[in-house]
Design a protein around this ligand. Structure first.
Ligand code: 3HC
Ligand code: NAI
Length: 698
């Protein structure tokens, strides 16, 4: 090893005629300043060394470069810039072979594109995921990739950000060879072969750009505007690739650089980068405890949620028993699962064999005794404490010691559920979201007596099931539904005061939610919210009780999409139209309660829907129900369709400024009373000291 050339993260060694540059910057070989400097220096050394005929560029550890070091984006840029390192590689007069394993992502793939040859491990994946961080590839990816793989394949990779597997990369011409066996040895052999044969160096930037196709670009742009509504980066990706086709390489690079710099500084990219790190933080527990082994699972209740949860286990290859009250309900539940998988097979998302394998992992039963070997049981029966108690008493009797007993309850107190057992330390909430096999969020709820090892186990299980798991404390509605209930309350008050369901939904849709509260209520079924409301009437304020719009809708059987009408009218294709009848119901309620209706601005609607949620989140943090502000963002991003480019409710609050939020809370407090609008002490403290939620740790 030549110590004089390498640095702490880049090793340089010459073996025969081949220089091997090996990067070791755990955990994912991000292209930090030290990596860039070491890499450039090593390439220059190989260039200068007359005994070197070819160069292999390889990474140690679990992956090839996972991209630029995202943590550096918040700091001023440091030399050498990645574009210059890549240019140095590409201009080297000796062949450079990239040896790719794990994931070659973002700047990592851009480095590989600057090399003259690429060989990949068969399990490798290659991609440009920058768009998911609100960016575009900023080190030549938008300029080199179309020259190498053609316009359509390149634009797809840049706009979607999804990696392609090595075999597909080979077919596309993105890599030249797949390695059989040891990647390092295969790359060394390829480098020897290239040196022996004196093959021409293939500089991607010198390949001709594909011809311009303006009409196709216009179509793609229109499609992207619709499908990625509100997102800025995909449109700028299109602009950058367009430049690759219409400008000489150097000018295209300059355009890419400008677009990248503007995106990097944009609130959207800052929000998406926040979301990236927030998701990873959420998995870190404030204690260390061993996770229990989970090989056999069981789910109680084969309804909407139970069926979806059973599918999550089967999809992860974990055997699961599904228990129902009787054979008929069990049969119906299993049939719904089968139909769901069949739908995926029809759409080409699963093979028939995969469907059969997954169904074979789900075993139906009606006998609690069958669950005695389960490592975990997740209860998903009716939301009724008496029914939950009955189930947990049975589980306590049947389950083996150490089995985890989880409830999928949406609102109920975990400790009250646990009190039906002699083992409250093993009882935990696992709040999946509907549809459970699709939604990424898993709110794991720790009761006051739940043990650390049970918490660690359900967090680990969440990862195995492909979920984003967040650990929260027990309270009414936990984090997500507790905040949602404040938005729901205000949205009904807004109707009373003069807004229409359509206006409220339009404002929240415009903000970036996939749908507003009334369209969402119609989708879930108004009877669901109504039943919840009936269970709480005693604890409602007089104004909440009097605001009986939901009761009136249910009384005339306007239950939403399932009855063809709720707050909207639906045609056969479920296309929504504002409903005169629903608006008449609202007007009638207002006339009877003597409320004078007025014009309400979009801004007021936005503030009255979002600020109470932000304020409630501050109470949640004060009470320690959530450990971190970023956990609350993760819940809303993954469970409630909060627009990712706004980074979650608390990231959004920080971006508009907590002083602005506080001013709004105080204004509405003066108008509508402290009972709904008293600002949380935490929020006041942060706002008055000029800080945000995400400065709390510092
Ligand atoms: N920069 C800095 N840190 C990174 C990083 C990056 N590009 N990628 C991952 N990390 C960190 C994570 O934050 C995490 O840190 P932690 O342990 O302190 O929480 C650690 O590496 C491990 O990450 P994961 O938990 O995500 O590990 P996985 O094995 O599940 O996934 C991965 C690995 C697929 C590489 C995933 O981390 C990933 O997708 N990373 C981001 C890749 C990316 O977006 N690259 C593009 C960056 S932008 C760019 O390159 C711009 C260029 O065009 C100029
Ligand atoms: P559901 O009504 O669709 O299904 C409940 C199932 O449990 C029924 O099939 C019923 O036969 C079965 N069941 C009832 N008592 C049983 C018993 N003693 N033994 C075995 N099976 C029994 O209800 P859904 O919507 O699936 O809700 C279940 C739980 O999940 C509730 O606690 C709910 O609050 C929660 N939840 C619901 C969400 C939703 O969107 N539907 C989202 C998140 C949580």
């Amino acid at each position: 090893m030549n110590k004089a050339v390498g640095n702490e993260v880049v090793a340089y060694r010459v073996q025969g005629r081949i220089a091997r540059i090996a990067i070791d910057n755990p955990p994912v070989n991000a292209l930090s300043q030290a990596v860039r400097a070491g890499l450039k220096h090593a390439v220059e050394a190989a260039q200068a060394d007359s005994s070197v005929a070819a160069i292999v560029l390889i990474c140690e550890g679990r992956t090839f470069f996972a991209g630029a070091d995202i943590r550096e984006f918040a700091k001023p840029p440091q030399d050498p810039r990645l574009v210059d390192v890549i240019l140095c590689i590409e201009q080297c007069t000796k062949p450079v072979v990239a040896a790719i394993h794990g994931t070659a992502l973002g700047g990592g793939l851009e480095v590989a594109l600057g090399c003259h040859f690429r060989i990949a491990d068969a399990g490798a994946r290659l991609g440009l995921p920058e768009v998911k961080l609100g960016l575009l590839p900023g080190a030549g990816g938008t300029q080199r990739l179309p020259r190498l793989v053609g316009l359509k394949a390149a634009l797809d990779m840049v706009i979607e950000g999804n990696p392609v597997p090595a075999r597909k990369a080979l077919e596309m011409g993105l890599v030249d060879e797949l390695a059989e066996g040891d990647l390092g040895a295969a790359a060394q052999a390829l480098a020897e072969r290239i040196a022996d044969q004196g093959l021409d160096l293939r500089r991607t930037s010198r390949l001709p750009a594909p011809p311009m196709d303006e009409q196709w670009f216009a179509e793609v742009e229109q499609h992207v505007r619709k499908r990625k509504r509100g997102y800025e980066a995909p449109l700028r990706c299109i602009d950058a690739v367009r430049a690759a086709l219409s400008l000489p390489f150097e000018e295209g690079m300059a355009t890419e650089r400008e677009l990248f710099a503007a995106l990097k500084a944009s609130p959207q990219s800052r929000a998406l980068r926040h979301a990236f790190f927030a998701e990873r933080e959420a998995g870190k527990l404030p204690f260390s405890a061993p996770a229990r082994r989970i090989e056999r699972a069981a789910v109680i209740g084969a309804g909407t949620m139970g069926g979806g949860i059973a599918m999550c286990f089967a999809n992860a290859g974990i055997a699961v028993q599904l228990l129902e009250k009787d054979e008929e309900r069990l049969r119906q539940g299993l049939a719904r699962i089968q139909a769901n998988y069949d739908g995926s097979a029809r759409r080409g998302r699963l093979t028939r064999e995969a469907v059969a394998e997954r169904m074979a992992l789900i075993h139906g039963t009606t006998l609690f005794e069958d669950l005695h070997e389960a490592d975990i049981v997740i209860e998903a029966v009716f939301e009724d404490m008496a029914v939950k108690h009955e189930v947990f008493r049975e589980l306590d009797r049947i389950c083996k010691p150490g089995a985890i007993l989880a409830s999928n309850t949406s609102y109920l107190d975990i400790d009250a559920i646990a009190s039906a057992t002699q083992r409250p330390q093993d009882v935990v909430g696992m709040h999946f979201f509907s549809p459970a096999n699709v939604m990424r969020l898993l709110e794991n709820v720790r009761g006051p007596r739940t043990s650390e090892s049970v918490c660690a186990s359900v967090m680990e299980l969440g990862r195995r099931l492909g979920k984003v798991a967040v650990l929260v404390g027990s309270c009414d509605g936990f984090v997500g539904n507790r905040m949602l209930s404040k938005r729901t309350r205000e949205s009904y008050f807004l109707l009373q005061e003069g807004a229409t369901p359509y206006q409220v939904d339009r404002v929240l849709h415009g903000f970036g939610f996939p749908m507003g509260p009334f369209a969402m209520a119609d989708l879930a079924g108004l009877d669901v919210g109504w039943r919840n409301r009936q269970g709480r009437l005693a604890s409602l304020t007089p104004r909440e009780r009097d605001c009986d719009i939901l009761d009136r809708m249910v009384a005339v059987n306007r239950l939403g999409q399932k009855t063809g009408g709720g707050f909207y009218e639906y045609d056969a294709d479920r296309k929504a139209q504002p409903s005169a009848q629903a608006e008449a119901i609202v007007a009638e309620h207002c006339a009877q309660s003597g409320i004078r209706r007025r014009d309400i601005s979009d801004q007021e609607i936005l503030e009255r829907c979002l600020y109470p949620m932000i304020n409630e989140a501050a109470y949640i943090l004060e009470e320690g129900v959530a450990a971190r502000a970023s956990d609350i963002d993760v819940v809303w991003l993954n469970g409630y369709g909060f627009p990712a480019y706004r980074g979650g409710p608390l990231c959004y609050a920080d971006q508009i400024g907590l002083d602005t939020v506080l001013e709004g809370l105080r204004k509405y407090e003066a108008e509508h009373g402290s009972i709904y609008w008293r600002p949380a002490d935490l929020l006041v403290r942060l706002a008055e000291s000029g800080r945000g939620f995400h400065d709390m740790a510092s």
